[in-house]
Write a protein of this length. Structure first.
Length: 349
């Protein structure tokens, strides 16, 4: 490589934007590094180079993202914001995640264009019934709203859209606070905190407990990562707070099954959760313009009674089939019939 690492990386980021790449990866192996773009769900190799050069490029990316360049044996998360990208673009934000491997640090960069970032739920291209259901959920004064889906399914974009909906409908900005790892998009007026790289003393659970002393109505926590955070979130929801979070489970049924397997009391889960949204992002019928496929559960007394009995996964799936938007597969099937997505994407869900 003749270019200096920082010049190469700047050029690489600019090229990713021009090609509308959604993600950029630095993947280490025994021979060095390979750079890949993901464009419309398809990955392609862009460049390969020796390990030392790759490490210098990664060091530059980490410095742009505000990460500790000398820490290479632990995962880190950060964001490259507009001010750091001024030489490359003035309308993008890039979420950076590093992960240590035996061959070196692996880096993933998620690319978010500001002019593509949805502001409200209507801009996310959900089906009308899904959007209406989510709007009903967030109008409830309290309770836990859980979003689930794989990495890259649009959960974070949905959460930010929900926050904007709450602000739009007269919720006082001072009553909304977020705990994120890291803060991925700054929303004027609300209070946002990052636990990224803050050490063991300032983690999701500690931040959550401190936040509850701030007379807050809506709490957004980026992810329920462990049982401690789950318990705090459930308790907050039961005491009248509106809690919005993500949870790695896959679909609505698995959210409940995983919580039950974590040892959480069934009656607490039943009473605290007011809704669950499961979503995926898939290419549209033309192979472009990724659109969301989603299912939504709006809980009621019958559902709460059902969950209080600690049902098995098979029972939960069967019960969900009686709810209009309870099945992700059925939502995909409906979109396929409407010509919005291809059959292969429906079958992959």
């Amino acid at each position: 490589m003749k270019k200096k690492p920082h010049i190469f990386v700047d050029s690489l980021l600019k090229d990713a934007l021009i090609k509308n790449a959604g993600d950029l990866y630095f993947i280490p192996d025994s021979g060095g590094y390979t750079v890949r773009f993901r464009i419309e769900g398809v990955q392609e190799n862009i460049a390969s180079f020796p390990r030392k050069y790759g490490e210098m490029c990664i060091g530059y990316i980490k410095s742009l993202a505000g990460l500790l360049t000398y820490k290479t044996k632990i995962p880190q998360d950060g964001v490259i914001r507009n001010d750091a990208l001024s030489a490359v673009t003035d309308y993008a934000e890039m979420r950076v995640s590093t992960f240590p491997t035996v061959a070196g640090e692996r880096v993933a960069v998620r690319i978010i264009k500001d002019n593509d970032t949805p502001k409200f739920l209507k801009d996310l291209n959900f089906q009308a019934d899904v959007s209406d259901a989510i709007n009903r959920l967030i109008r409830k004064p309290g309770g836990l709203i859980v979003l689930t889906g794989p990495t890259g399914s649009g959960k974070t974009s949905t959460i930010y859209a929900i926050i904007r909906e709450l602000l739009k409908h007269t919720e006082d900005p001072a009553s909304i606070m977020t705990i994120e790892d890291p803060v991925e998009s700054v929303i004027d007026g609300i209070s946002q905190t990052s636990v990224s790289g803050a050490g063991e003393e300032w983690n999701n659970a500690a931040a959550f407990r401190a936040l509850l002393r701030q007379d807050v109505k809506t709490i957004v926590i980026g992810e329920m990562r462990d049982r401690e955070v789950v318990k705090v979130a459930l308790d907050a929801a039961l005491t009248g707070h509106r809690v919005i979070t993500t949870y790695h489970a896959g679909d609505i049924a698995m959210v409940y099954t995983r919580l039950l397997h974590q040892g959480v009391e069934p009656f607490l889960i039943a009473a605290a959760i007011t809704g669950v949204v499961a979503q995926r992002l898939v290419p549209g019928a033309n192979g472009k313009n990724r659109i969301p496929v989603a299912s939504v559960l709006e809980t009621n007394d019958s559902w709460r009674d059902f969950i209080s009995r600690a049902p098995a996964l098979k029972e939960i799936r069967a019960e969900l089939s009686s709810y209009p938007l309870g099945s992700l597969y059925k939502s995909a099937e409906k979109m396929e019939k409407a010509g919005l997505i291809k059959p292969e994407w429906r079958l992959s869900i």
